[in-house]
Design a protein around this ligand. Sequence first.
Ligand code: IMP
Length: 435
Amino acid sequence: MSQNPGHQTVVVLGTQWGDEGKGKIVDLLAAQADIVVRYQGGHNAGHTLIVNGEKLVLHLVPSGILQPNARNLIGNGVVISPAALKKELDELEGRGIETRGRLGIAPNCAAIMPYHEALDRVREAARGSKAIGTTGRGIGPAYEDKIARRGLCLGDLLDGHRLQEKLEPVMDYHNFVLTRYFQDKALDISRVRDEALQLGAYLESYLTDVTDELHLARADGRKILFEGAQGTLLDIDHGTYPFVTSSNTTVGGACTGSGIAPCDIDYVLGITKAYTTRVGSGPFPTELHDDIGQHIGERGKEFGATTGRSRRCGWLDAIALARAVKLNGVTGLCVTKLDVLDQLAEVKICTGYSMDGQPIEGYPSDRDKWSDIQPRYETLPGWQQDTRGIKSREELPDNAQVYLARMEELIGAPIHILSTGPERDEGTVLVNPFG
Ligand code: IMP
């Protein structure tokens, strides 16, 4: 493993449409971190970790919770369903993983309330064939209320009077929309309030000034790991809008969603699968509708960790990845699931797009063009050998080495971590982001 000067603050994020295998890598790096931070998204995320052969899915709690010495923080940019968080905390405690005193949550996190989930559900149903394919967790409606300056945060759930004052106008408004626009049921305000107060009381001892903790930790020279959720192409500003999530999944989200300054980020690790997947609707230029797509889906066990939906599968898209590298200032790449391609006779990489039969330059900056582009491919020979658990890049079959080298060249970033299997120890760290 080569050494670097030693970075204190590392951001790990997805460079595709999410599900790149961030959970495993964050878990690996969390072993070296003093603090692990979530900064955007909510329980739409699902980080699957395999620990000692047992599967654990985290939705809101940072992956550092599995490291006995790590402090875990949830920053203000995360939208929190108090009920979903309690369920996850109960499950962790049930497995003997202590969370009190080890998890801190910003009181300004937007609260996902029952009416947000109801709105997500009825809106998706009303969209019919144009549905976004959301996770149905109320993520979009909760972020909307935050941006509309009428949202509730976790701090509002601690005091009955404060809660009533804020809840009444917002529920009046949403009940009107639910009943009059969507012809759905109204939600009962006293029930929502009582449940929220109970959950607020349960969560109170977790609340902390996350921003302050982070700045103190940075000044103390402690190592901080930021754990992104979803992926770059699902970013509300830079993704394939409107088929995106409602937060900034790109690196700026780590700053706005936690209070760390941009100049305090030392290293950005961009995670990419060796191919591409997407859940939900929306454009996906390199999607495969054939046996190869099915083979990748089966071999890669491509089912959503949160919703159990099958993921759409396709070839690696170097144009979209090159854009992700620029948007996030990616220092190094982590390539996951290379072993899923092991049996293929040939592998393809998208090296350009065409529209109306004519090649186009780079990445379409007009988001509506995404549905009209076709991929242009470069074909490389497959390696048809087992790469699972390989411990160095040199040990890989020649054709796998050629594939990775071509990826680096086209994407414009070096590979620093390679993962070739779901277990914690199946993979190799070529350059350690923390140094
Ligand atoms: P929402 O975040 O539930 O509003 O869903 C918006 C879009 O983002 C849908 O296409 C979801 O499938 C997708 N999405 C949300 N969270 C994840 C994730 O963790 N992995 C992959 N896709 C996600």
